[in-house]
Design a protein around this ligand. Structure first.
Ligand SMILES: CC(C)(COP(=O)(O)OP(=O)(O)OC[C@H]1O[C@@H](n2cnc3c(N)ncnc32)[C@H](O)[C@@H]1OP(=O)(O)O)[C@@H](O)C(=O)NCCC(=O)NCCS
Length: 183
């Protein structure tokens, strides 16, 4: 379990797989930015039974508040065996929880944990170019926009451009040092 100021990251529980699936169908909450869901409930349940959403190549943390209410998810996935990039992703379930710094804190915990425990040298976040809140989360967490992946996502009847954000291990260490240094 990773403990922050207002949230903790912990494994997803069996009884949360159903609500997680239902929330993934909430198009309004997904916003214009998240591609439509592709994983059926049966596959999610099978994956959870198999691994608890935790393998050597990917993982999913539940974001929970101080009273252990499930707020959202933050995850990571190894992209390619030769290029050791890891993709991170995140989503809150309820719009009432947006704008409170929850995902910035969750991403900070995830990034620190990945670099402290893993051998990867770069993390990546693929963000719809118009998703200003998510771009801001990435920037606050020390990520840099490397460029645009053109027409990379299909959603709501058309292809969308993706802003590709990355952070290297060296950049993360500098970001952590700056955050810990009094102004
Ligand atoms: C995008 C999302 C992850 C952000 O999470 P969050 O917990 O609300 O983010 P935070 O509160 O940590 O930070 C949001 C930042 O974006 C800013 N922001 C929010 N809406 C914005 C907008 N329309 N334009 C510019 N900045 C905006 C906030 O002001 C804040 O920055 P600040 O701290 O400098 O003021 C969340 O809204 C969400 O889950 N959305 C639906 C799914 C999604 O889009 N996931 C990401 C896919 S890449």
């Amino acid at each position: 379990m990773l403990i922050g100021d207002q949230i903790t990251l912990r494994p997803v529980r069996a009884e949360e797989v159903g609500p997680l699936y239902v929330s993934s169908l909430d198009l309004e909450n997904r916003g214009l930015w998240y591609p439509l869901p592709t994983t059926p409930l049966g596959k999610l349940e099978a994956d959870f039974a198999d691994s608890g959403f935790w393998t050597a190549g990917d993982g999913l943390f539940a974001i929970a508040d101080r009273s252990d209410r499930l707020l959202g998810i933050v995850g990571w996935e190894q992209l390619n065996g030769d290029v050791a990039d890891v993709e991170v992703s995140y989503r809150l379930f309820d719009q009432a929880d947006h704008g409170k710094g929850i995902v910035t804190e969750a991403l900070g915990l995830l990034v620190g944990w990945l670099f402290d425990t893993g051998h990867m040298n770069r993390l990546r976040a693929s963000i719809h170019v118009d998703n200003k809140a998510s771009r801001r989360v990435a920037e606050k967490s020390g990520f840099t926009c490397e460029g645009t992946s053109r027409a990379g996502w299909y959603n709501r009847g058309r292809w969308h451009d993706i802003a590709v954000y990355t952070i290297t291990r060296a950049e993360f260490e500098a970001h952590r040092l700056a955050a810990a240094t009094p102004a």
